[in-house]
Design a protein around this ligand. Sequence first.
Ligand SMILES: Cc1cc2nc3c(=O)[nH]c(=O)nc-3n(C[C@H](O)[C@H](O)[C@H](O)COP(=O)(O)O)c2cc1C
Length: 204
Amino acid sequence: MSMTACGQTDTEGTDGNLSSNTGTASGASENQNAPDNVNALVVYFSWSRNTEEMTQYIQRQTGADMIELEPAVPYLEDYSQCGEVALAERDNNERSGIANLPESIEEYNTIFVGYPIWYYTAPMVVGTFLESYDLSGKTVVPFCTSAGSSVDVSLDFIRAASENATVLDGFTANGSNSEIDNAVDGMISQLNEKRIYRQIGQTL
Ligand SMILES: Cc1cc2nc3c(=O)[nH]c(=O)nc-3n(C[C@H](O)[C@H](O)[C@H](O)COP(=O)(O)O)c2cc1C
């Protein structure tokens, strides 16, 4: 399972997917720099790696633990073939399997969820993840990359899958790092964690 924490380099991914995870807030697997009331997880799915890049950036800013969702049946590399499957899954509202679903995310109270926009919503595998847990009392922060669609198009889906959670409006992570910084800051502000996360950010 590709689960890692800021300041640690994941050696499980043979393709080096997580190797740029070189933030300096070491030991953040326990989120030791975050306030007592915050324990954040960054979960993402990425097919062509745009979302992964943004996720790694966001993870380094927040010092949160990170998991890449690996579909039980990987999507084919060919765009058309991937798209065909993705569209059918969307149209059937499927909940496609996850190979590395964590047994529990109980310890986290803030879940950043990153994904590409696929056919004007989130990939169905994101729904599988969110519906696998009791999210009562947790805050979900959606973010996406896309070819132009806003994260807004996916919020109904994310909210429906995040029963009992507070779901923030999220952000579209297509812009420059500074735009993403601002977006993350806005989310963190909503989470009332701004000061602490800024401190972490300043160490990077
Ligand atoms: C099957 C599929 C469907 C897509 N649908 C949309 C869409 O509805 N709106 C959009 O703006 N971009 C769409 N895109 C573009 C992706 O959202 C965009 O390239 C994204 O950054 C890819 O993220 P990834 O590299 O993490 O997979 C689609 C891409 C694929 C492969």
